[in-house]
Design a protein. Structure first.
Ligand code: C2E
Ligand code: MG
Ligand code: MG
Length: 648
């Protein structure tokens, strides 16, 4: 019987075009893409072997060599063909995000037992000839056991079809239809070919169905991020949604390049991204050795997420091993001297977090909750920490605080070496929440700024401090002024000068009793409103301090140009004085600031040694736990009465 070969031959260029498309569109990253690549390769191989065997059967009588090749190629054909149907099943598990189900025994059996039967059947044919026979005179003819081979393909196709239908809610309509079409085509053409073996339409129909898949299922822009040659953040979100919907258990290794901003400005965007691509490549090669299922995703500018599809995998242990290796290998290639500072965190889904927004947010923020030297943490530890609980409940906390007036003002005394007594204090806001207790302003002030509720809080601070000043006799206490922290939003308020003027009138507080603290970031973000405000307030008699000097990119020129009376040296600079370098930096900073007539306040002084050193270096004022923590108003007043009295 002559077979009609044209269909098969037409399938070849279609598969080749799809293969080219895969490489041109870089659909070569991630499990789904790799399985699709395997599917196309196997289908192409099946088609080619099919054509070869069909041609061999035509030259009758067959030579012994032809019979041998016929045997080889027909076995290869059945192997490639059935494997492609099996790979397609794997592909379905992968694109529906239900890969983890493959580990179930029943599913494993359904996938592999028929395959084993197929292999045994093919092998046994050498002895029984029950599947097919090849004779010199008649060529190829089927035996009764051929049904087994078709049955295996049919079984896979049936299973795939029902499985897809059961997963329909994870897929869009066009994806579902495209995915189903391959199974339906396999089913239909297998049945057709079983009854009409002369029509070789099986491969052409699967070629057409795979065209649909590459058009509607694999969209590179959704999946990969060409700038770093890995899966995109969009793909991460899609995968996460599927994981959560299917209640799948996975591990996520989140890695944050904490110095991404520095590296980007130092290397430039393009070199930075190729550096990141290199890091991802290293991670990829290291994780492959772990023998786990994983995918790597990247979120600009510096977050890498690795979803590990092996629930009992100990990600913490792996990170410890791999971190050292990653650092070592990066150092080897670091000709330019750049150093990435990664921090990692292992998240167990759904045990640690089971809500989409929480996971995304946590992946971006976990590093902020890790100590300076910690390079890896368990999500559970961070989530259990009080800080994290506070931050994630910040909306409720701020609501309660604002509506229930839960804020209080505390005062931290500031000591003057020249006068030998405490002549001022910094007003620091305090919040005691019913549920969480003390909530640090370092947590709720930035949160209030972000949520746009900082102004009423700032107004409260201004009002309270003015009231405090008016209610106390500064001369008697030995006080000269109080320092008030201003937030960026407050400084940008048009009516800030009027507000202060109104308070000054209302409480009879003269501007020289108030010193306003501003940070360097405020200067960076300030527009013209800010400069106008600053000048107006300075004209009214208010003085300014620059807070947190030494934490940002401090700029001496800017410092000298602004109307600043004082510079507050950040606690981190003071802490660094344990080292010789740190002391040299402090000594020179003090000297430089004194040369441009700034008064200096050292913050966070906790020991007598530090105090003496700073005195000797020429620092004017000291604020720190060595003297006192921030105190409630009454305690602050009695502190002054005790310590500022002449007898003391
Ligand atoms: P800041 O303005 O730099 O305030 C100094 C911080 O250092 C205070 O933290 C103070 O309690 C702490 N500190 C002082 N001496 C020591 C020490 O010896 N050891 C240690 N470990 N810490 C010391 P606090 O009160 O938690 O305030 C944190 C930040 O919150 C402030 O930093 C400031 O930026 C902001 N903040 C506080 N109160 C207000 C406010 O009323 N308005 C605004 N806008 N921001 C505020
Ligand atoms: Mg301050
Ligand atoms: Mg400060």
């Amino acid at each position: 019987m002559q077979t009609i070969l044209y269909f098969d031959i037409c399938a070849i260029p279609i598969f080749v075009i799809i293969l080219i498309t895969i490489f041109v569109r870089k659909l070569t990253k991630g499990k789904s893409n790799l399985l699709f690549l395997a599917l196309i390769t196997l289908s192409l191989a099946a088609t080619v072997t099919d054509v070869i065997t069909e041609l061999l059967w035509r030259s009758l009588p067959m030579q012994p060599a032809e019979i041998l090749f016929g045997n080889i190629f027909i076995n290869l054909y059945y192997l490639f063909r059935t494997s492609s149907v099996l790979v397609y099943l794997f592909f379905i598990f992968s694109v529906t995000g239900t890969w983890y189900r493959i580990r179930r025994k029943r599913i494993k059996a359904l996938m592999f037992v028929p395959y084993a039967i197929l292999l045994l059947t093919l092998l046994s044919n050498a002895f029984t000839g029950a599947v097919y026979t090849i004779r010199a005179s008649t060529g190829y003819s089927r035996g009764p056991m051929i049904t087994v081979l078709y049955a295996v393909s049919l079984l896979y196709a049936f299973f795939g079809t029902f499985y897809l239908i059961s997963c329909r809610r994870f897929l869009t309509v066009e994806k579902l239809i495209s995915l189903l079409s391959l199974n339906l085509m396999t089913l239909g053409s297998a049945i057709w070919q079983y009854f009409f073996p002369q029509y070789l339409i099986e491969m052409i129909s699967s070629a057409l169905a795979t065209v649909l898949i590459i058009l509607f299922v694999l969209r590179p822009e959704e999946v990969s991020d060409a700038s770093v040659d890995t899966l995109s953040f969009e793909a991460y979100k899609t995968e996460l949604r599927k994981v959560l919907l299917t209640k799948q258990k996975v591990r996520i290794a989140a890695i944050q390049i904490t110095n991404a901003a520095e590296l980007r400005s130092y290397l430039g965007e393009e070199r930075y991204l190729s550096y990141v691509a290199h890091v991802i490549k290293l991670l990829n090669s290291m994780f492959i050795r772990e023998r786990i299922f994983f995918n790597i995703y990247f979120e600009h500018p510096g977050n890498i997420y690795i979803i590990v599809d092996t629930p009992d995998y100990d990600i913490r242990d792996a990170y410890r091993r791999l971190y050292t290796e990653l650092r070592r290998r990066l150092e080897q290639m670091d000709a330019s001297g750049e150093r990435i500072r990664p921090k990692g965190c292992g998240i167990r889904i759904p045990d640690d977090l089971n809500n989409f927004d929480d996971i995304i947010k946590f992946g971006r923020e976990f590093a902020d909750h890790m100590g300076g030297d910690t390079v890896f943490a368990d999500a559970a530890d961070i989530i259990c920490s009080q800080d994290y609980k506070i931050v994630s409940n910040m909306d409720a906390i701020l609501n309660r605080a604002i509506s229930g007036s839960l804020f209080r003002m505390y005062y931290q005394p500031i000591y003057s070496f020249d006068r030998g007594k405490f002549i001022s204090a910094e007003a620091l806001i305090r919040l005691f929440d019913d549920e969480f207790g003390f909530v640090s302003p370092a947590l709720f002030i930035p949160a209030a700024e972000k949520r746009g509720v900082i102004l009423p809080i700032g107004d409260f601070v201004l009002e309270e401090v003015h009231r405090f000043i008016s209610e106390n006799d500064f001369d008697e206490l030995g006080l000269e002024y109080i320092e008030i922290n201003l937030s960026v939003a407050q400084c940008l308020q048009d009516e800030l000068p009027e507000k202060l003027a109104a308070l000054s009138d209302k409480y009879g507080v003269s501007p020289d009793k108030v010193n306003l603290e501003i940070t360097e970031t405020t200067y960076e973000e300030m527009g013209s409103t800010m400069s106008v405000n600053l000048k107006a307030l300075a004209d009214m008699g208010y003085t300014f301090s620059l807070d947190d000097y030494g934490t940002g990119y401090s700029n001496m020129q800017r410092v000298s140009r602004l109307p600043l009376k004082m510079i507050k040296l950040d606690k981190s600079l003071v802490d660094d004085m344990i080292s010789e370098d740190g002391r040299a930096i402090m000594r020179n900073t003090v000297k430089m600031m004194r040369d441009i007539d700034k008064e200096l306040v050292a913050e966070g002084v906790e020991t007598k040694d530090r105090l003496d050193d700073l005195h000797e270096m020429g620092c004017h004022f000291i604020q720190g736990y060595y003297f006192s923590k921030p105190l409630p108003p009454a305690e602050f007043v009695s502190f002054l009465k005790t310590h500022n009295s002449p007898a003391h």
